[in-house]
Design a protein around this ligand. Structure first.
Ligand code: NOJ
Length: 527
């Protein structure tokens, strides 16, 4: 079975995880220092946020060299060592690959904008002004501005779905395919186990550059009032993943391709798995953005399993570097809900991805405008909150730098309330969130790893979500009520901080149990 079936993948936002050299930024040697911790936690793999050289207009998602390591994060030797050191602990390393766009500082773009006949001109999407002047069509970038920037010297517009310094690549050009296939092989040959693919749904754009239609305000797929029907989400992208899958399969074990597949409805997700010949893993954003209610969760999970081909491996995650952390967004900081959410994430069949800090219930941090560092979303740009709220330093301990950087070093983003939630204090407390997470991961490894277990929803009240996951039965109480349940089976774990005792189901009491408000109980089915 592929190793990622039932695996636990840990996302490290490298700049914010561990600062080894005291400059206030996390780095690759810091990640190496943290590998023992990840082994203790039970990670099967680490996904590193972008590690390649970049001017950092989008913190690494604007790559200027796909075959290197960002000097601020370390060296290629550090990355090689990280892969080796992870390997000795039984862990694999995934890199973030950004194929939709490059940095405008990339040598390809520097060459491309040199003249209309430059060798790399067609690596990018260029177009003449509209007949009456102005941008070639109505497409908007992620900040809500026109997605086209006029290049004065060559008198054409170039396309950027993100910042103007992130020109979109032209995937209609076979040379772009060739270049990326070389990039894939370069890293896989060095022992990288696979890639998280940025903007995986977006590489191809409509060949005729047709206008995006207006979006119905109720349509969740809308962006800045438009439906990105032509500026992204084109069917031709599947050919790219079929090619990459063939490359991935040439390695032993096969490399894994995990797509950032921004679709708003789970039924659209299945296409990215192809006929088991495209991506092996695809992020499930409809689940991420589901309301934290039993009915909403049950429904999106049921639809996920109904739409994926049997054997396909869903991905369960709830936080990342672009969105609010689940401890805040789903749980409003309520520890009972945080434990419940972790219980569900760890027991749904498929792969699970936790974002650094999720394991201690780390909440969003309110980063004041003067300290914001994300050019794309600072000061309300892009019309939403600044993404820095979920990129603050990892809270390793309760000290002034949270154990992230040496004492006295100003951290690149402000530290959250490390005294309230940190690894050091939680590790020694058997009733802490991290102890709960680790216990869940232990049960997961024992019962759910190595396969995509079967999933079946079981009857329960309106605010209950009861399901069978392989040999486990999970009862999740999404309410403030206490709930009586019968025939529980052998209780393996319960999330309530209440002492286990009278509440444990036994043969003597007929397997009855009372669930506390927002409690999650994981049981093994009675034989
Ligand atoms: C998705 C990444 O997760 C996000 O951080 C980035 O800004 C965009 N893609 C553009 O690369």
């Amino acid at each position: 079975m592929p190793w990622w079936h039932g695996a636990f993948i840990y996302q490290v936002y490298v700049r914010s995880w561990r600062d080894s050299d005291g400059d206030g930024y996390g780095d690759l040697p810091g990640v190496i220092d943290g590998l023992d911790y990840l082994e203790w936690l039970g990670a099967d793999a680490v996904w590193l946020s972008p590690t390649m050289p970049s001017p950092d207009d989008d913190w690494g998602y604007d790559v200027s060299d796909y075959l290197g390591v960002h000097p601020g994060l370390g060296t290629l030797d550090d990355l090689d060592r990280l892969v080796r050191e992870a390997g000795t602990r039984g862990m694999r390393v995934l890199l973030d690959l950004v194929p939709n766009h490059t940095s405008s500082a990339h040598a390809w773009f520097v060459d491309a904008r040199g003249s209309r006949t430059s060798r790399h001109r067609d690596f990018y999407v260029w177009a003449d002004p509209a007949p009456g002047g102005g941008p070639p069509n109505n497409w908007l970038d992620h900040t809500g501005e026109p997605a086209w920037t006029f290049d004065e010297p060559t008198r054409q517009y170039y396309l950027h779905n993100f910042l103007p310094s992130q020109p979109d690549l032209n995937w209609w050009n076979p040379s772009v395919h060739e270049a990326f296939e070389g990039i894939l092989r370069f890293w896989l040959d060095r022992g990288i186990a696979g890639f998280r693919i940025d903007v995986a749904h977006g590489l191809y754009k409509d060949a005729e550059l047709r206008d995006d239609p207006p979006a119905d305000p109720a349509d969740p797929r809308g962006r800045n009032g438009l439906l990105p029907a032509y500026s992204a989400n084109r069917p031709e992208v599947h050919g790219v993943y079929r090619d990459w899958r063939r490359i991935a399969e040439a390695y032993s074990p096969p490399a894994v391709l995990l797509g950032e597949t921004w679709v708003r409805e789970v039924s659209e997700l299945a296409a990215f798995y192809g006929d088991d010949d495209e991506l092996q893993l695809a992020f499930n954003f409809p689940f991420v953005f589901a309301d934290f209610r039993a009915d909403a969760m049950r429904s999106v999970v049921a639809r996920t399993f109904a739409s994926l081909r049997p054997g396909a491996c869903p991905v369960w995650t709830a936080s990342n570097h672009d969105i609010s952390r689940f401890a805040t967004r789903w749980c409003g900081g309520d520890e009972r809900r945080i434990r419940l959410a972790l219980g569900v994430l760890a027991t749904l069949p498929g792969a699970m991805v936790l974002y650094y800090g999720d394991e201690i219930g780390m909440p969003d941090v309110d980063v004041p405008p003067a300290l914001q560092r994300d050019p794309m979303t600072m000061n309300g740009r892009a019309g939403g909150p600044c993404r820095d709220r979920s990129r603050t330093p990892m809270q390793w301990s309760g000290g002034p730098t949270g154990g992230f950087a040496p004492e006295g070093v100003p951290t690149w983003l402000p530290l959250g309330d490390a005294a309230a939630a940190n690894v050091a204090d939680e590790r020694v407390d058997p009733s802490s969130v991290i102890s709960w997470t680790r216990a869940l991961l232990g049960v997961r490894r024992l019962y759910l790893s190595g396969s995509v277990a079967s999933y079946e929803e079981l009857p329960g009240g309106d605010d209950q979500w009861v399901y069978r996951a392989g040999p486990l039965v999970v009862r999740a109480n999404f309410s403030e009520e206490r709930v009586q349940v019968a025939g529980v089976g052998q209780v393996l774990l319960r999330s309530s901080a209440e002492p286990v005792g009278a509440g444990v189901a036994t043969a003597a009491n007929g397997g009855n149990l009372e669930l506390a408000p927002w409690e999650c109980v994981v049981a093994a089915e009675s034989p």
